[in-house]
Design a protein around this ligand. Sequence first.
Ligand SMILES: Nc1ncnc2c1ncn2[C@@H]1O[C@H](COP(=O)(O)OP(=O)(O)OP(=O)(O)O)[C@@H](O)[C@H]1O
Ligand SMILES: [Mg+2]
Length: 378
Amino acid sequence: MSTPSTVDDIRRAVSAVVDPELRRPIGELDMVRDIAVGDGTARVGIALTIVGCPAADRIEREVREAAASVTGVEDVRVDVGVMTPSERAALVERIRGVRSMPFTPDALTRVIAVTSGKGGVGKSTVTANLAVALAARGLAVGLIDADVHGFSIPGLLGLAGEDGRPPQPTRLDDLMLPPVAHGVKTISIGMFLAEGASPAVAWRGPMLHRTVQQFLTDVHFGDLDVLLIDMPPGTGDVAISVGQLLPHAEVLVVTTPQAAAADVAVRSGIVARQTGQRIIGVIENMAAFALPDGTVVDVFGAGGGEAVASALSAAGDSVPLLGSVPLSPALRRGGDTGAPVVLSDPGDPAARAISAVADALTTTRPSLAGRALPVSPA
Ligand SMILES: Nc1ncnc2c1ncn2[C@@H]1O[C@H](COP(=O)(O)OP(=O)(O)OP(=O)(O)O)[C@@H](O)[C@H]1O
Ligand SMILES: [Mg+2]
């Protein structure tokens, strides 16, 4: 049966389908076009932003399902078209209007740079899980992988393709849309490397600065509650760039329980402070774990997290130890398979420790006036 109300019902159902990249209903994005019904067959026209849009299959499928759910519709044909350049330009303008560009971190977004002195202390693993845990708490979370020496966030979040390479962000004219993994909008320096390029060689001072700047200006994160930045280890160019571009960023220092790691972690914290950033806490990783018989194994010793927190407190504002994450096969496995342990095995001791840090971050307020933590989920 073809009635105007059937067409209206289909339009309503189809308009509610959410574009997975822009995260808005396609009706709102002016993507729904002509709709007609005849002999139980619905013909639905949609216009996507660009040809070969990676989300196309998913949108088409969901549009088909939405139309098919309307009473009286027995069959659905979806005609997928592409917006004209001027339609797309109008859309980009509207999307930009959501948040004025360039990205202004002083609004309601809390920017947290995660740093460490030494490499290999589990900074990226902890950051990826923390981001996912915050997103699971209903916050709008972005994650920038700024580790030029060895980007790893796409892999940790299951974003890497079969060839191990991260996906390219979708481009909408001059806006880049970050891929979303486990609720986290993710952008990685690895998404911008030519195949086979060596990151450490390809990215040097000024170019790095421009890239970090581009992450903040050209990537459409939309409204974020929290933006986490996985920094390269140490106190190099990226730390200085982030300090200059985001002077109000807060810093989390990751260290292992080992004294040698703790010393360099303190130094990286002090450098961050010199660029005006506030250290909000220390996370100890690779801490002691308990065997089933109760024996405690402290592979990397003990006390490093506490030592870093008290050394940083002695050198400035008080810095708490926010958590101690034990060595955990499940945490490591989750990283290798792109299934973050805070979701895939939330009862694991490491997952619980990271989730507790997420809780602490969502309940504490930064002390600076006017920089209250956003309370409403996106
Ligand atoms: N608590 C933990 N228990 C077991 N394995 C861990 C733990 N934390 C991290 N790992 C493992 O240690 C290795 C290094 O972790 P990760 O890459 O997160 O460190 P990083 O500090 O980001 O290193 P880089 O300096 O290379 O960026 C990874 O193989 C990871 O799976
Ligand atoms: Mg790393």
